[in-house]
Design a protein. Structure first.
Lengths: 352, 82
């Protein structure tokens, strides 16, 4: 049993089973299809009857409409992730915490963006998801700071502080945090790889997941860049550490013809589900459909790997990822309904 | 000169002793086997029940299935002794 320490195997089995049961309780595809035909109040009531009940009840008095759904979803996600962090044992906790740091980056960048645009602290607080290492208290303190510089200063001692400090002046100058965000995420992935290869038991399985995630993210980015006709040097935008070398990705992005690009990509890939998905993508031009198809491949492949390593970090990660997409789906549904989009259009944006 | 009576008694006693040791081993080792088998199932059962109370009955049933091993051991022990 890869990834299982001999003394704690019962704990691993316990935690992984809990994750599997929780996963089985996520909203199934049929329910999404039903929700596509509902109005926003109906959707709110529907999710109020599922795992989101306590949040909807609790926040029902202070929020309404789309805000209620948004805040309830964020709260639920944060609560769920924190509870998982508490129940997973030993090395799994270390890996889970390491994975969850991505929320810190998202929260910090959100706070910085909000501060730069002079948003009210209360409004910024609504969109934060305190699912990472920085909890609600720390985030409240950050939100209360006056300027982006002060926010960064308050984060002194965090892992990503050096990157923040280095990149902030440029971001402030250009008014765009895109480059800062890219650097933070690249640092995050490099750190994930370092954590996985630090010699802890089960690190090899974690590394497999990281490689998959980086590959899919890079391929998605390549498609995004193609869609926006970017042909410059993209090496800076790619994440290293996956099975593709950054130079290879640069070469792929240089291919003009879309079919040629997909063929070249297929020659490099060995994963059968990804090959099939790439073949299906050939006919689709809508970027969001390409992204959803690739995300689906990632989730399916993770699920497959989690069956191969049943008592490892993978069942936990599968649940964390699927939960993330459930929340994203519900948010997209609620937002779409609010904007009056028809169900058929929304369906293309859901990861089901 | 060997005392034949004493030797026979000794042999009989040692046979009885051996049976008792065998019976002990049969119950003891199967008990260990059952414990090992129940470790994983029990952990999964507690995990599943923690998430979903309705699983309790089924989880309990799965957990006690390896008890059959120790019952086999007990039967063998009883056969040995009586």
């Amino acid at each position: 049993m890869a990834g299982v320490s001999s003394s704690g195997s019962a704990l691993y089995i316990y935690a992984c089973t809990r994750m599997r049961v929780r996963r089985s309780q996520l909203i199934p595809r049929e329910d999404y299809l039903r929700m596509l035909n509902m109005s926003l109040p109906e959707i709110t009531r529907f999710i109020g009857e599922t795992n989101y009940r306590s949040e909807i009840d609790e926040l029902g008095t202070s929020f309404s409409g789309i805000d209620l759904v948004e805040v309830a979803l964020s709260w639920n996600l944060a609560k769920e992730y924190q509870s998982i962090l508490e129940l997973v044992p030993g090395d799994l906790k270390y890996f889970t915490a390491s994975y969850l740091r991505r929320w810190d980056i998202q929260n910090v960048v959100t706070v910085l963006r909000g501060k730069l645009q002079g948003m009210r602290p209360g409004k910024i607080k609504e969109v934060l998801v305190p699912a990472g290492r920085l909890d609600r208290v720390v985030l409240d303190r950050l939100v209360a700071e006056e300027s982006p510089e002060r926010v960064v200063e308050a984060l002194r001692g965090e892992r990503f502080y050096p990157t923040l400090e280095k990149e902030l002046p440029r971001a402030m100058e250009t008014g765009s945090f895109a480059h800062l965000e890219n650097e933070l995420y690249k640092g995050y992935y490099a750190r994930l790889i370092a954590d996985a290869t630090s010699g802890l038991k089960g690190g090899d399985v974690f590394e497999k997941y990281i490689e998959l995630e980086i590959d899919i993210r890079n391929i998605q980015n390549l498609f995004r860049l193609r869609a926006s006709h970017v042909h410059e040097d993209i090496r800076e935008l790619m994440i290293s550490g996956g099975s593709f070398k950054v130079d290879e990705l640069q070469r792929l992005s240089g291919l003009e013809d879309r079919d040629e690009f997909i063929d070249a990509l297929k020659r490099q890939v060995r994963m059968v589900p990804l090959l099939n998905a790439l073949e299906e993508i050939r006919g689709t031009l809508a970027l969001h459909e390409v992204e959803v198809a690739l995300t689906r491949v990632q989730l399916d492949q993770m699920e497959r790997m989690s069956k191969r390593y049943p008592f490892s970090i993978l069942p936990v990660l599968v649940y964390l990822e699927e939960k993330k997409y459930e929340v994203a789906n519900l948010r997209a549904l609620a937002r779409g309904k609010e904007a009056g989009l028809p169900g058929e259009r929304l369906q293309g944006y859901l990861v089901m | 000169m060997v005392d034949v009576g004493t030797t026979l008694e000794m042999v009989q006693a040692s046979q009885l002793g051996m049976k008792a040791v065998g019976a002990g081993l049969a119950v003891g080792l199967t008990g260990v086997g059952t414990g090992l088998a129940e470790m994983g199932i029990g952990a999964a059962a507690v995990g599943a029940t923690a998430e979903n109370r309705d699983m309790f009955g089924l989880a309990l049933l799965f957990t006690v299935i390896p008890e059959t091993i120790v019952i086999f051991g007990l039967v063998v022990a009883l056969l040995l002794l009586f």
